[in-house]
Design a protein around this ligand. Structure first.
Ligand SMILES: Nc1nc2c(c(=O)[nH]1)N[C@H]1C(S)=C(S)[C@@H](COP(=O)(O)O)O[C@H]1N2
Ligand SMILES: [Mo]
Length: 200
């Protein structure tokens, strides 16, 4: 077994090239009106808003990771650079008891993850891929990267996170996909959910 094969979760394959996939249109980036909001159950009770220059000036880190689409292709060895969600959370911390977050994109696309997934070492708000700014169709100017979960949770064109006191399903989670979405456990569909893995 070569190294890439050993890194593939069950049922996944490495396609030719690097597919681009999303629902709907590619949004335009307007730096003057772009903002990144942290809202919902914040510790302060207020919404925190970063302008584009504020967000772009946060310290950046790098993550090398594979990513796995639930339609079964995997894109291996991506070098992402961007802002750690921990940096964002330190600037705008959640209230006590927050265990889940909704990640929001342009046009209302969303995905829910656990706070533990947001603070995981490999999770990033990425601005660069392989030493270049993200292309428009890969999420420019900013996308979430949650490589240890199926890639629909890696929200492109991200604009906000919402701290949740109760878990709530995002766009694909409402449409039959698994609430947790661990590719190593092949958590593809919501009918596979065990008690406690999804909102009641
Ligand atoms: N905003 C937004 N983000 C999205 C999607 C989407 O439809 N809208 N699709 C997701 C899915 S299903 C996948 S597989 C990845 C694809 O990322 P890529 O186009 O960089 O390969 O983006 C994810 N992020
Ligand atoms: Mo996907």
């Amino acid at each position: 077994m070569n190294d890439e094969e050993s890194r593939l979760p069950p049922g996944q394959y490495v396609p030719r090239g690097r597919p681009v996939i999303h629902y709907g249109r590619v949004p335009a980036f307007k730096p003057e009106s772009w903002d990144f909001q942290v809202f919902g159950a914040t510790a302060s009770g207020r919404t925190h808003r970063f302008t584009w220059p504020e967000f772009a000036n946060l310290p950046r880190t790098e993550v090398l990771a594979d990513f796995h689409c639930v339609t079964k292709f995997s894109i291996m060895g991506n070098e992402w650079r961007g802002v750690s969600p921990r940096t964002v959370m330190a600037a705008a911390p959640p209230a006590d008891g927050v265990r889940h977050v909704m990640i929001w994109a342009e046009y209302g696309y969303s995905a829910n993850i656990r706070v533990a997934d947001l603070t995981a070492r490999d999770t990033l708000f990425a601005m660069e891929l392989d030493d270049k700014p993200l292309t428009a169709e890969r999420g420019y100017p900013l996308r979430a990267v949650v490589p240890h979960l199926y890639a629909w949770k890696s929200v492109k064109w991200v604009r906000a996170i919402e701290y949740l006191l109760e878990d709530r399903r995002g766009f694909w989670e409402e449409r039959g996909y698994h609430n947790v979405a661990d590719p190593w456990r092949e958590q593809r569909y919501s009918y596979q959910e065990e008690p406690g893995e999804g909102p009641p």
